[in-house]
Design a protein around this ligand. Sequence first.
Ligand SMILES: N[C@@H](CCC(=O)N[C@@H](CS)C(=O)NCC(=O)O)C(=O)O
Length: 212
Amino acid sequence: MLTILGRANSVNVMKVLWCLEELGTPYERRDAGMQFGLVDTPEYRAMNPNGRVPTLEDDGYVLWESNSILRYLCMKAAGDGGGLYPSAPGARASVDRWLDWQLSIVSPAERNLFWGMVRTPEEKRDYALIDKAVAEMGANWSIIDQRLSDGRAFLEGEALTIADIVLGCYARRWFGAEVQRPGMAALPAMKAWYGRLSARPGFAKFVAPKLF
Ligand SMILES: N[C@@H](CCC(=O)N[C@@H](CS)C(=O)NCC(=O)O)C(=O)O
């Protein structure tokens, strides 16, 4: 049985669970990380030396880095995950580009916003840091809004891909954190895309629940 190790309220675990739901791949999940511990045990570190979640274990094969896990799951399921990870070079590279963008640009900015607003009590918040993160993420989401403003349903066209899964998990946190966004673009195309993502059962089950 394929096993995912990681707490369900981690954005990087959510991506993987949503993807598994889209693929219809059977799996089991074991809690790990934060209050669940496990990540500092020698056994876990032998699988994932970063002590982070998620980690995948599949019949003796071990993999960490959530975006790599998504690619693996899709390649294992019919090579392209039923279109979630298209196999034509240009189409695949375009999907990969959004995954790399999430890691290099989105995550570093978003972290201060999510941790600042959701995981830090109000009296301890650093609003200067939060405001900076809101401005950076507003600019990032404008890129997504612009991408979708030609009427396409999803980031790479008319079909959902793992690019939508990855960025949809971060969009959930953007719309869920109660931040002030003065003067920020209204993001109408992104909101419509987010509505389409919200209709997916995997999103409803793993990504939509209350942020904590
Ligand atoms: N780039 C890594 C990041 C992994 C990561 O930082 N995971 C966080 C949760 S989102 C974590 O493990 N935090 C510590 C913990 O849960 O104990 C990935 O995408 O898998």
